[in-house]
Design a protein around this ligand. Structure first.
Ligand SMILES: Cc1cc2nc3c(=O)[nH]c(=O)nc-3n(C[C@H](O)[C@H](O)[C@H](O)COP(=O)(O)O)c2cc1C
Length: 195
């Protein structure tokens, strides 16, 4: 069975939920899917044991986490040698006050900083989890969101993710994976032992 690694960078947990949904769809499609937070040191080496890689991260203050960029730069050749996909999660991608061009800019920025042009790319709207934030973050995010025309009632949380879009993204990726039973991708920096 072909194996897919779903790596995510999440602070408040919403990107982790999206990663889990992607993995669930991949499993429905007959693939083996492992979901891992990209901040664990060993994920650098886990790519080796997988035939495909899906990587996702949330935006905070205009950027994906620097450590997610680092993981991608470090393993770029191995990511590119397999079916690969990237998803970005932010509030600019959907919901009240959304700015899709800004969301596209975040993806382009990630591409420029890492040198990785993923074979499949998506921006998903995230969540506004006021009840989870500490008072400083709640105040700051409310102010920024309010200026952008978003929702400012901090007594509740908001979720803007289009889960159908997430599922389509995962199903498209599954279609790009080699059929179950075919050999794993050969890492770009190594020659195949035989053909
Ligand atoms: C402190 C903070 C800063 C954020 N900065 C941005 C931003 O600059 N642009 C944007 O579109 N969304 C921004 N967001 C929205 C997050 O990307 C969104 O809430 C996402 O769902 C967070 O994912 P996570 O729960 O996996 O951390 C910010 C959220 C927080 C809490």
């Amino acid at each position: 069975m072909a194996r897919v690694l779903v790596l995510y960078a999440s602070v408040d947990g919403h990107t982790a939920r999206i990663a889990e949904r992607i993995a669930a769809i991949l499993r429905d499609q007959g693939l083996e899917a492992t979901v891992r937070s990209a901040d664990a040191v060993e994920v650098l080496w886990e790519i080796d044991g997988h035939d495909g890689v899906v990587i996702g991260g949330a935006i905070r203050y205009g950027r994906h986490p620097a450590w997610l960029e680092e993981v991608v730069r470090e393993r770029l050749a191995d990511i590119e040698s397999r079916p690969n996909a990237f998803f970005s999660v932010c509030l600019s991608a959907g919901g009240p006050g959304a700015k899709p061009e800004v969301a596209r800019g975040y993806v382009e920025d990630f591409r420029r900083r890492t040198g990785w042009t993923s074979r499949q790319t998506a921006s998903f709207a995230g969540a506004l989890l006021y009840r989870r934030y500490n008072p400083f973050v709640r105040f700051t995010v409310r102010m920024i969101v309010g200026m952008a025309g978003g929702e400012t009632d901090t007594s509740r949380d908001y979720e803007y993710t289009d889960w159908d879009a997430v599922e389509r993204f995962a199903a498209d990726f599954a279609r790009r994976m080699p059929a179950a039973g075919t050999p794993a991708a050969v890492p770009a920096h190594r020659e195949p032992a035989y053909q």
